[in-house]
Write a protein that binds this ligand. Structure first.
Ligand code: UDP
Ligand code: MG
Length: 318
């Protein structure tokens, strides 16, 4: 039977902790009684340097439920993506399969069962995907959807309307841990792992207690980080712009020369006109070209795994 670890990053979640713990233990008990996971499955709370009593509460929960509630205390606030990574990598050594979920229970915990079913059906990664965003404010909804659109435009492959509520098998987390990059953007990285994947759909609820730790500023930072950690398209766009301006320069040159020979220009206009366009175009072209090399360096520096083997069929005898 598979041991499940539910990984929950927590930052200043004192209002939510007991509620989350109870709800998630309920899920564990239910799945254990249905024989879908082993009895030593657990919830792992990762305290991301909270300033409130979150860690004390995690300790209390662990004392009250030593088998079902585990805790990881990070030395300081490192942000959701790193906290989640710390939790997943710690949990993978203790479990066979992990599910990551936010502490605020906005994601529907009842679909965890469906995730486990899909895991048993042979999927290594199961994404939780939001059906609608009825409960989000208009602002949050449009900005979040704009976020997915921009990511797509920039060539970052993400699963639409999927945040960080997902199931990952032990080997998927192990492969994920091979991605040594420091600029983490989990939603872009997990699809790179490969393996068989599936989705479960649910309605996102409102936060039960406490408030969002993702204000617009953090959301914009996440989006920019996502693009700049995954795509060299912005650099290619500069190169494209350089090429376009050099083309315009040629047109401008023809126009300026015609004007010059038809004698309808102020002295000095032609040379000034041509140098502005020419230099601008050449500079952008050169920056774009240098950028192509920087883009390559950037990809090399990440040292991402070049491939991930799913299965090898070979002659078993020695
Ligand atoms: N979180 C974290 N570190 C941070 C900010 C947030 O671990 O620096 C956690 C937070 O406790 C929650 C999850 O990340 O479990 C998602 O945050 P939140 O619900 O505030 O984001 P939203 O749902 O509003 O996008
Ligand atoms: Mg939330």
């Amino acid at each position: 039977m598979d041991r499940l670890a539910i990984v929950v990053p927590c930052y200043n979640e004192e209002e939510m902790l007991k509620i989350s713990s109870e709800a998630l233990r309920g899920v564990l008990n239910d799945l254990v009684s249905k024989g879908k996971i082993s009895a030593d499955s657990f919830v792992m709370f990762v305290n991301d340097g909270s300033k409130d009593r979150t860690w004390e509460l995690i300790e209390e929960e662990h004392k009250a439920h030593p088998v079902q509630v585990f805790g990881v205390n990070l030395a300081g606030n490192v942000g959701h993506q790193f906290a989640l990574t710390a939790g997943l990598i710690t949990a993978k050594d203790l479990s066979d399969v992990t599910v990551s979920i936010d502490a605020d229970l906005q994601d529907d915990i009842t679909v965890i069962e469906e995730m486990i079913d899909k895991f048993h059906a042979g999927n290594d990664i199961v994404y939780g995907v939001r059906k609608e965003r009825k409960t989000d404010t208009f602002f949050k909804r449009t900005t979040a959807q704009g976020f997915y659109k921009v990511m797509e435009l920039m060539g970052v492959k993400t699963v639409y309307n999927h945040a960080d509520f997902r199931l990952m098998s032990k080997r998927a987390v192990e492969q994920f841990s091979q991605y040594k990059e420091t600029n983490l953007f989990l939603r872009g990285m997990v699809p790179l792992i490969g393996y068989k994947t599936d989705c479960v759909y649910y309605d996102r609820k409102e936060r039960v207690a406490g408030e969002s730790k993702y204000p617009l500023k953090k959301m914009l930072a996440l989006a920019f980080n996502g693009i700049s950690s995954f795509s060299v398209k912005p650099i290619t766009m500069i190169l494209g712009l350089g090429v376009a301006i050099v083309c315009i320069c040629i047109l401008a040159a023809i126009y300026a020369l015609i004007s010059y020979f038809t004698g309808s220009v102020v002295p000095g206009w032609t040379s000034l006109m041509l140098s502005i366009w020419f230099l601008g175009g050449v500079q952008l072209l050169a920056i774009g070209l240098v950028g192509q090399y920087i883009g390559k360096i950037y990809i090399e520096v990440k040292q991402r795994p070049r491939y991930n083997i799913e299965k090898v069929l070979a002659d078993e005898q020695e």
